[in-house]
Design a binder for this molecule. Structure first.
Ligand code: KG4
Ligand code: ZN
Length: 336
């Protein structure tokens, strides 16, 4: 079965076609970064309008690249949440309408489940069960994954998500939007001059908190001359602190559950130093670590097509409704 996947939860329009046996056929992404950068962050109304503009041409192009026609498509998967309401509605309405017109089922996909399953698109896909660390702009979640849809939340951020902390710190350092990759780039020029705290690692538990780290960063910045050297060293200290904090919590999750497989996904998992730190920790724990390829760490249509395909194969789909849920706990999903 060929499944068309549509991702529009935030500032990227992602479209892909996945086949249940052949795998990924094609995937396309339109990033809205240039449009939003003028405003220093995502403008929700502009995001929704741009998704509407880009979706139909991207879908057509995706079909063409896969050498398929609409008659070949057996189901449509779309991100139904969590995310920006207007942006979600743009994708949900398009997906639902196409499914109606093509007389195929439509399935609502949870964005974080999409991220969680993104490593399944790789040749060395992880087997179930595993621990997943999901680090994106809106969420930081540690999840015990028994199988698709069976998720036990082990820990989450009590305030800012990891990506949000990167973005806010980048803004503080004058790096603009999108902050995460720019901060990572600046950190490469920095060195180990400051030692930042590793929040919530001195007490038991698997929750995270990154807002204190942001304040610590701000105070450190104000205590310097704020020149290029200072900023690079601060970016380095911040990134190191996040990488080590994530490693400490993942090590704890592996030890507590006895699991030997760890999946890292979501936009922040594109960060080279964080990938290195987690890989090193996993090696010490004699565990295997799985990442999506870089382009599937951040938002994309492929992960939605994959997740939707698995649910459709299990006989799950939505009725003829446009389903969008800006807030949607992962643990509410049904198993397959
Ligand atoms: O998963 P994603 O594309 O969208 C959400 O679901 O939120 O994640 C976006 C987040 C942003 O906060 C962005 O700054 C961060 O991922 N990010 C990074 C890097 N690339 C993207 N953070 C740190 N280092 C990176 N290389
Ligand atoms: Zn995402």
């Amino acid at each position: 079965m060929y499944v068309l996947g549509i991702e529009t939860s935030c500032d990227e329009t992602g479209v892909a076609i996945y086949h249940s046996q052949k795998g990924l056929c094609s995937h396309l992404l339109h990033s809205q970064v240039d449009m939003h950068s003028e405003y220093g962050g995502v403008v929700p109304e502009l995001a929704s309008r741009d998704h509407i503009r880009k979706l139909a041409p991207l879908i057509k192009q995706c079909l063409k690249q896969s050498e398929l026609t609409r008659q070949d498509i057996g189901g449509v998967a779309y991100t139904a949440g969590p995310g920006l309401m207007g942006a979600l509605l743009a994708g949900a309405a398009t997906a639902r309408s196409l499914a109606w017109a093509w007389q195929v089922p439509a399935v609502a996909v949870h964005h974080m489940e999409g991220h969680l399953l993104a490593p399944m698109l790789e040749d060395n896909a992880p087997a179930f069960p595993f621990i997943a660390l999901l680090i994106s702009g809106g969420h930081t979640l540690l999840v015990e994954v028994e199988k698709i849809g069976c998720y036990r939340l082990l820990g989450e951020s009590l305030d800012d998500a990891a990506g949000e902390a990167f973005d806010k710190t980048a803004k503080m350092l004058g790096l603009g939007y999108p902050g995460g990759p720019r901060l990572a780039e600046l950190a490469e020029q920095g060195c180990a001059r400051f030692k930042f705290p590793r929040p919530m690692t001195d007490r038991p538990g698997l929750d995270f908190s990154f807002s204190g780290l942001k304040t610590y960063t701000m105070n450190t910045l104000f205590a310097t001359a704020q020149n290029a050297r200072d900023k690079a060293d601060i970016a380095y200290a911040f990134q190191t602190s996040v990488a080590e904090t994530l490693s400490i919590k993942c090590r704890r999750a592996l030890q507590q559950t006895g699991m030997k497989r760890l999946v890292i996904a979501g936009g922040v998992s594109a960060n080279t130093r964080i990938r290195e730190a987690l890989q090193k920790m996993a090696q010490q724990e004699r565990a295997q670590v799985f990442f999506p390829r870089l382009e599937f760490c951040t938002d994309n249509g492929a992960m939605i097509a994959y997740a939707g395909c698995q649910r459709l194969l299990a006989g799950q789909h939505q009725d003829a409704e446009i389903f969008a849920r800006p807030r949607w706990p992962l643990a509410e999903l049904p198993g397959i």
